[in-house]
Ligand binder design. Sequence first.
Ligand code: NAP
Length: 255
Amino acid sequence: MGFEEKFSLRGKSMIITGASKGIGAGVAGLMAELGVRLYLAARGKDALEGVCAAIREKGGEACPYTVDLRNVADIRRCVDKIARDQGKIDILFNNAGMGKPIPALDLEESDWDEMMDLNLKGMFFFSQAVAKKMAATGGGKIINMSSQASVAAISGETIYCASKAGVNQMTKVLAYEWAGKKITVNAIGPTFVYTPGTAERLDDPAFRAEVLKNIPLGRVCSMEDVAGTVAFLASPASDMLTGDFILIDGGWTIT
Ligand SMILES: NC(=O)c1ccc[n+]([C@@H]2O[C@H](COP(=O)([O-])OP(=O)(O)OC[C@H]3O[C@@H](n4cnc5c(N)ncnc54)[C@H](OP(=O)(O)O)[C@@H]3O)[C@@H](O)[C@H]2O)c1
């Protein structure tokens, strides 16, 4: 393989979870520009079909797959269907996740279950189901969506921060266990990204100023910033990286 080819994703297949909107949908559009065949998963059928249609209109390849990541039986059904329909899965971008700013003293048990079930349990069981397919077809690459909040304390985000720290450690153990199956597992940690989910807070000038004060590079993360790191971790150029966590935080955590 020539060096240029090491950065090519053309013809590779990639599942992206949480791809009906936000970062998942944005990264899917950019991966399509690199010639990746996309299998996009989330609960919202209509929204997923809209994202896929927009990709296909521009000449890309994308198929929607509904799944509720809080339901392990549904995860297994979804992954079996993707493998049956599409064959080999080269890359999994475990992107789906949620946060909910609530002061720690006000958190309820249901908040804990809601965030942990999606951010950690759902990610684990989706990875397990896909890793079984990858192991049977010669390996693959798994990229887990963590956050800068896995290493920096964000006030009001106790459960979110704990779940993302869990993602980092889960990434390391899975990387260790699955290395022998030729499956690499890495995590990425963006700072704030402007999405429908963060728009309301980032559009508030006081909140935005507070965020930017913490980012030496002076801006929040763009979709291209996230997609660039995903593309690297998905490509053969990163074949020697596993169990790693790459921050995309513009320097927030330098100090
Ligand atoms: N935005 C940021 O500033 C930022 C920064 C760092 C890290 N992150 C991480 O990046 C990821 C995406 O964030 P985002 O801001 O793009 O979020 P978002 O706009 O709220 O999108 C979340 C996605 O997850 C899907 N989802 C939610 N619950 C689900 C479930 N039970 N089963 C299947 N899919 C489900 C949603 O689709 P449906 O509702 O259709 O199911 C949607 O596609 C998350 O893991 C987040 O923690 C975000």
